[in-house]
Write a protein that binds this ligand. Structure first.
Ligand code: ZN
Length: 92
């Protein structure tokens, strides 16, 4: 034994390091939710980032319902304004 074991251990750890590096290159992080997309969670590249399938579905839904959402936001804003106006009249 003597010096054989450390060299073997070194080689094995180098091999392990190369393996881990290779696997890490395959791992992608979703830019929106931060989850790792390793095989089970498909990732789509958008620009320089990756977005997971679940976030993409939410994004698609948000884009498709954008007009309705905008209406909702406007209605809420108007409701808030009229409430403020009423409160102002009451405290006058
Ligand atoms: Zn995601």
């Amino acid at each position: 034994m003597g010096e054989k074991l450390p060299i073997r251990t070194l080689l094995e750890s180098m091999r392990l390091e190369a393996y881990v590096e290779e696997k890490l290159a395959e791992v992608k992080v979703c830019a929106l939710c931060g989850r790792l997309g390793y095989r089970k969670l498909p990732m789509r590249r958008i620009g320089a980032r990756y977005i997971c399938a679940e976030c993409l579905a939410q994004l698609k839904d948000a884009i498709e319902n954008y007009d309705a959402w905008l209406e909702e936001v406007k209605e809420e804003e108007e409701a808030r304004k009229s409430l403020e106006k009423r409160l102002e009249e009451l405290t006058r």
